[in-house]
Design a protein around this ligand. Structure first.
Ligand code: ADP
Ligand code: F6P
Length: 319
């Protein structure tokens, strides 16, 4: 392998830039050139890319978003689009691809692998929902953003003795909501992985009130319902008045935390090792602090499992 390419695809996540930097620099150490593809699979199809040298990835380690931009490219599910992209890469002498993204992006990469084009995946999403790795790039930063927001909301909740609902992202996964509830000390957390009953939430609120709790914060994962819907149900079923904060896309932005930068550095460097070892269709991940690579199809065939011991912990610590 003499030249590889890299792209970011799907939703952006803080730390994607740090991963791009790591891939480019590790490849340089190994004597390999890296082409940066713009706009994910859209750029792959069109051959929209530029040579990235060591200096081109300087000054980006601390930046959120992605220098290479990202895009959702529905037509990449079609065989003609994949063939066209592979032809563009071959024309440019590119022999392999590093894909930074989520499970949707991995599906695209696997289609290329099946057509004989070597790919390796690096997991990056604030949702932390990729099977096979305990953490994804961007999750820790988003988590810290949520915690900071909840801390601020708590000041108002305490001063005015209010009950707040905070709606957080995560798509179908509850990790962001769950970890945030433990770290920010929420009074209750509602996640897709645990059956929801409005009566339970009401009981927890009443239990808090009975012990003299004057304010409360409930974190709800968007995968269960909106904060507004939860507020409606609490009002309708128990006459409880709440205020709702929807954190929204602020959770996707910002400078990556130390943890995400280190993870991005390790993943980026390891992904180059994996490609150079002649492996393809592999995703890199981290399990018990150890880097691993595994069959990329595991990431979208298996179901994401959240750590439910944390749910018990969140419940125990918020009595
Ligand atoms: P994420 O990678 O964050 O899960 P998406 O699900 O939006 O984000 O996927 C990103 C891109 O990956 C899509 O816009 C599309 O270009 C490509 N992709 C997704 N699913 C497939 C698929 N089944 N086959 C080929 N490409 C896909
Ligand atoms: O996957 C990241 C994520 O931010 C999810 O948490 C959220 O559900 C979704 O993307 C929002 O997507 P969009 O930016 O396309 O509205």
């Amino acid at each position: 392998m003499k030249k590889i390419a890299i792209l970011t695809s799907g939703g952006d996540a803080p730390g994607m830039n740090a991963a791009i930097r790591a891939v480019v620099r590790k490849a340089k150490v190994e004597g390999i050139e890296v082409m940066g593809i713009y706009y994910g699979y859209e750029g792959f199809m069109e051959g929209n890319m530029t040579l990235l040298d060591v200096g081109d990835v300087g000054g980006i380690i601390q930046r959120g978003g992605t220098k290479l931009y990202s895009a959702r490219c529905p037509q990449f599910k079609e065989a003609y689009a994949q063939d066209q992209g592979i032809a563009k890469m071959k024309e440019a002498g590119v022999d392999g691809l590093v894909v930074i993204g989520g499970d949707g992006s991995y599906r695209g990469a696997m289609d290329l692998v099946r057509k004989g084009f070597p790919c390796v995946g690096i997991p990056a999403t604030i949702d932390n929902d990729i099977p096979g790795t305990q953490y994804t790039i961007g999750f820790d930063t988003a988590l810290n953003t949520v915690i900071e927001a909840v801390d601020k909301i708590r000041d108002t909740a305490t001063s005015h003795e209010n009950l707040f609902i905070v709606e957080v992202m995560g798509r179908d996964a509850g990790d962001l909501a769950l970890y945030a509830s433990v770290a920010a000390g929420a009074g209750a957390v509602i996640i897709p992985e645990v059956d929801f009953m409005i009566e339970d939430v009401i009981a927890r609120i009443k239990q808090g009130e009975a012990r003299g709790k004057k304010h409360n914060i409930i974190i709800v994962a968007e995968g269960v319902m909106s904060g507004t819907e939860l507020a409606r149900q609490l009002k309708e079923n128990a006459g409880i008045t709440t205020r709702v904060s929807v954190l929204g896309h602020m959770q996707r932005g910002g400078s990556p935390t130390a943890q995400d930068r280190v993870l991005a550095g390790r993943f980026g460097s390891y992904a180059v090792d994996v490609l150079l070892a002649g492996k393809s269709g592999r995703a890199v991940g981290i399990r018990n602090h150890q880097l691993v690579d595994y069959d990329m199809t595991e990431a979208f065939k298996n179901e994401h499992k959240t750590d439910l011991t944390l749910y018990t912990l969140a419940t125990d610590l918020s009595i």
